[in-house]
Design a protein around this ligand. Structure first.
Ligand code: HEM
Length: 175
């Protein structure tokens, strides 16, 4: 019977059991984990970060621990995800992304540290579906979080944004 076979496949295949456990753990972290430490008052939001570009190394400290702010790069763009601390903070289910380029991890649906590059990752060996997935994540991040600047390729000079009104909303136009 189809349902019985599905259940057997789900619960007796070790890979599916492992995946199911990861999902249950993530759901627990997202929903129960957030309730564990109720905050009597919302912490004051950090001022909007000035527009600037980052190397992979520059990004590292913005992991919610070494610096309160949390930045994540997706497909060459750096986003301030501090307001998503329950996801990307040190105790969040996606905490390993903080201060990193999460493109490959998101494209391959992986929470493995090996998916977070130590060197600049040009993503050229991702397949078309994975590239499409990165672009969708990028769009989702652009909708929800502030765009701060570019992730610089090795040797690429940072853009001089000093002429821009860096705190102005609507500065997503040239991204
Ligand atoms: C397979 C089990 C997984 C489950 C059950 C799960 C569950 C969820 C849920 C329920 C949300 C929405 C939370 C909310 O908006 O309140 C979410 C968001 C998210 N998930 Fe997962 N997830 C899973 C795996 C993954 C994996 C493997 C990745 C990364 C490779 C991932 C990355 C994300 C990201 C980036 C968000 C968006 C957080 C934001 O809004 O900034 N998830 N997940």
């Amino acid at each position: 019977m189809a349902v019985t076979e599905l259940m057997q496949e789900l619960f007796f295949n070790p890979i599916n059991v492992a995946l199911l456990s990861v999902c249950v753990f993530l759901l627990y972290k997202i929903f129960a984990g957030g309730r564990k430490q109720p905050e009597p008052q919302r912490p004051p939001e950090l001022p909007r970060m000035k527009r600037r570009d980052f190397t992979l190394q520059d990004l590292k400290k913005y992991n919610g621990v070494d610096d309160e702010r949390i930045l994540i790069a997706v497909n060459g763009q750096v986003f301030d995800v501090t307001r998503g601390k329950k996801f990307y903070g040190p105790d969040g289910p996606y905490g390993i992304f903080g201060g990193h380029d999460a493109s490959r991890a998101l494209a391959t649906f992986s929470l493995d540290k090996d998916s977070l590059p130590e060197e600049f990752d040009d993503l050229t060996n991702l397949n078309p579906e994975q590239m499409e997935s990165v672009r969708e994540w990028q769009m989702q991040f652009r909708e929800k979080y502030d765009y701060i600047g570019k992730l610089l390729k090795p040797g690429e000079a940072p853009t001089d944004y000093s002429d821009e009104e860096s705190n102005a909303e609507g500065d997503k136009k040239d991204t």
